[in-house]
Write a protein that binds this ligand. Structure first.
Ligand code: ADP
Ligand code: MG
Length: 698
């Protein structure tokens, strides 16, 4: 069979240049291949006729065979509509049109059999169908209709007369043109072992199944294939890299580490922290480069784990660095590190965009001659003029702001790539982690330090602020601090900003005896930092802010997080914000303030927040509610993937199966030279042709 990607749409009867252009612009369908892989979003069983007397308003789509007895025009102006009184002999119902009235009157004949298709409603005690599909009864063969495919279209397409029906026409023409079987893309032994449908059958049945069972077998085969090639690609790449990439060996646990552990650490490590440090020690002594993702809920003590691993590096003669997404966070890390280390002879320096002149030069010199042991900073670290004497370990904090490309720049700071730890407080469900970070090993801190009281989360409506203010007053009187957070919506940034500023003035009036700070994204970084520091140092008691405080700021004395318009935030974001409190030993609160009317999904989000503090549970729920769509695949994983059928949230088990299958194939055929697997490597090459050459990065 020829390459369907090279066959233009206009070669298909029914598609001229205009329609081809529309399909390309609206649905990104550019070839026969694209059309073949444009799957219906649903199918409706059209093999059965209903009697009008059977219909109820809660039925989905139904079809009825009968005749129009008469037309009637009703209403006036914009409410004007056309009613056709329709009967199948058992009863009467109304067919209703609000537009195209004169066309409809001309197109449909009285006393002629039609098959009417639509969703039944009840209005004034009568059954009706609005804007039904109508086909002359003699043109439809019901036994052949069975499961009718429905394809998504856009408004623009509909206006141009390109409907789901048109697409149905195109795909069915496509299949009649392509009678030869589509060549198989999976090895026979896999198809047999996993009881998969052949590709040929699956492609045809995904569009035109005759039963729901056939449809689900077909979809399962296609979903598996999508996920399988992604996993195979990721795993093959990471194994190749592992085999090639040598890493420094950190052989000993030396004096600095031990001195810190036994004499400076003010508390016991949690079991999870110990386990993760051990995992990293093993990695770092394996002779291979470590690439590890550390997941841990906010406040679980990741930063300390990073610091202790840096001391291991130091004991083995290496420098370390940690890269944070903002200056504030970098400064906090510096503070934290210095206070943990106390008088230990470890030189920690800060490098950000605002460190300039002599100070900067001194740090750059210290990095080059090796006297700086640990460098804390922002993006400034990866600039070309920053050179290390011997960089052995690099930590990237709150990774979601760093893509693979930036990671890659770190690699280059050292002749042998440094060990890398990526830390994230955004817990990623396993199935997603496996796909997005398929080339990283994953460690998890699943235990909070002892003595933490879980944050109590309360939902209130915005019409009774007095009670809220009273509670806040009590907390401040008890010596605690309070966050007030407002959403900042991109479309109306000005408006949201006004809200924050107005609210700031309002809260100053409500709390005249306290000092307030305000931060938002439109402030100059220096002003923002100054305001933030006032709150961090305890000079102000209330911080009014937009989500700029979302990431990682640590003020253990803050005990209340008020989130205004909580309905505007996603689950993960709410959880991140909540993580700003509950960092000390006292009871903390998160107050979610919303309007009274809430959409179902929103109510669910708020409910989940009040029910659990478990970041992983929340991430799973979030993935279910939102879908993984906005987790830019390419940027994070370096692997371009475009899932047409599979859904990382819903198809977790298939992801696992795809992963295990890919791993077992690579185990059995490490040289990739078994004849039965040739089909796989050929297919991977074919799939990767259109992608960027991501194997060069990271
Ligand atoms: P994360 O970076 O995971 O959000 P941090 O490392 O900032 O968490 O830790 C949050 C707070 O908990 C810090 O004040 C830290 O000193 C403290 N902490 C970390 N580990 C422990 C522990 N094992 N026991 C008690 N407190 C801890
Ligand atoms: Mg942190």
């Amino acid at each position: 069979m020829q390459d369907l990607r090279k066959l233009e749409l206009t070669y298909l009867p029914g598609i001229g240049p205009n329609r081809a252009k529309m399909l390309s612009q609206e649905l990104n369908i550019n070839s026969w291949h694209d059309l073949l892989y444009y799957f219906p979003y649903k199918h409706i069983d059209r093999s059965r006729l209903y009697m009008i007397s059977e219909l109820t308003a809660d039925m989905p789509f139904v079809q009825v065979k009968g005749q129009i007895l008469s037309f009637e025009e009703a209403g006036a102006g914009r409410k004007k509509h056309l009613i056709a009184h329709f009967t199948d002999g058992s009863m009467l119902m109304d067919l209703v049109w609000f537009n195209g009235i004169s066309y409809i009157r001309k197109a449909y004949k009285l006393h002629t059999d039609y098959i009417v298709f639509g969703r039944p409603n009840v209005f004034n005690g009568r059954i009706n169908i609005t804007h039904p599909d109508m086909d002359p009864a003699n043109t439809l063969v019901l036994s052949k209709m069975s499961m009718q495919p429905y394809y998504s279209t856009t408004e623009k397409m509909k206006k141009a007369g390109l409907t789901s029906r048109s697409l149905e026409h195109f795909t069915s023409t496509l299949f009649t043109k392509l009678q030869d079987p589509f060549p198989e893309t999976l090895p026979d032994y896999l198809i047999e072992r996993l009881h998969l449908m052949s590709l040929d059958k699956a492609l045809r049945l995904a569009h035109y199944p005759s039963t729901a069972m056939e449809l689900s077998h077909a979809t399962m085969r296609l979903k598996f294939e999508e996920l399988f090639y992604i996993q195979l690609s990721i795993l093959r790449y990471s194994r190749e890299r592992q085999a090639k990439r040598h890493g420094y060996r950190f052989e000993k646990v030396g004096d600095t580490f031990n001195n810190f552990y036994y004499h400076h650490l003010p508390f016991q490590l949690t079991g999870a922290q110990k386990r993760v440090i051990k995992e990293m020690r093993m990695d770092m002594n394996s002779g291979r480069q470590m690439n590890r993702l550390l997941q841990g809920d906010v406040g679980s003590g990741k930063t300390l784990v990073a610091l202790m691993t840096m001391l291991l590096a130091l004991d083995n003669g290496f420098q370390s660095c940690i890269m944070a997404p903002t200056e504030i966070l970098a400064e906090q890390h510096l503070e934290t590190f210095r206070s943990f280390l106390g008088d230990m002879p470890v030189r920690v320096e800060l490098l950000t965009g605002t460190v300039k002149g002599k100070r900067r030069q001194a740090i750059l010199d210290g990095l080059r001659d090796g006297t700086v042991n640990i460098l804390v900073g922002t993006h400034a670290i990866i600039e070309d003029n920053v050179a290390f004497h011997r960089l052995g370990f690099a930590v990237i904090d709150e990774q979601h702001r760093f893509g693979v490309a930036q990671r890659a720049r770190l690699w280059k700071k050292s002749p042998v790539p440094p060990h890398v730890l990526v830390m994230t407080a955004t817990p990623i469900p396993r199935t997603l982690a496996m796909t997005l970070y398929g080339d990283l090993d994953v460690s998890v801190i699943d235990e909070l330090p002892p003595g933490r009281k879980p944050v109590k989360t309360i939902h209130t409506y915005d019409n009774k602020p007095e009670i809220l203010y009273q509670g806040i007053q009590q907390e401040i009187e008890a010596g605690h601090q309070v966050y007030f957070v407002f959403p900042l919506v991109k479309e109306s940034e000005k408006l949201a900003l006004k809200n924050v500023e107005e609210e700031f003035v309002h809260l100053q009036q409500v709390f005249p005896h306290y000092r307030l700070s305000m931060v938002h994204g439109q402030m100059k970084p220096a002003d923002k930092d100054a305001e933030m520091l006032k709150f961090v140092s305890g000079e102000t008691q209330i911080l009014v802010a937009t989500t700029v405080i979302e990431v990682g700021v640590n003020v253990p004395n803050a005990s209340v997080m008020v989130i205004q318009n909580a309905e505007r935030f996603g689950l993960s974001q709410l959880h991140q914000l909540r993580g700003r409190v509950g960092r000390g030993a006292k009871q903390s609160y998160c107050i979610l303030v919303t309007g009274y009317e809430l959409a179902r999904d929103t109510r669910r989000r708020i409910q989940i927040m009040t029910e659990t503090n478990d970041g992983f549970e929340i991430a799973e729920e979030d993935l279910k509610l939102r879908g993984p769509g906005d987790l830019e695949g390419t940027q994070q994983s370096g692997v371009a993937f475009d899932l047409k059928l599979a859904n990382l949230a819903r198809d977790g088990q298939l992801v696992q199966l795809a992963r295990d299958t890919a791993a077992s194939i690579l185990d059995a055929d490490p040289q990739q030279n078994l004849p039965e697997n040739q089909i796989l490597w050929n297919r991977l090459n074919y799939l990767n042709q259109k992608d960027e050459d991501w194997s060069q990065i990271s």
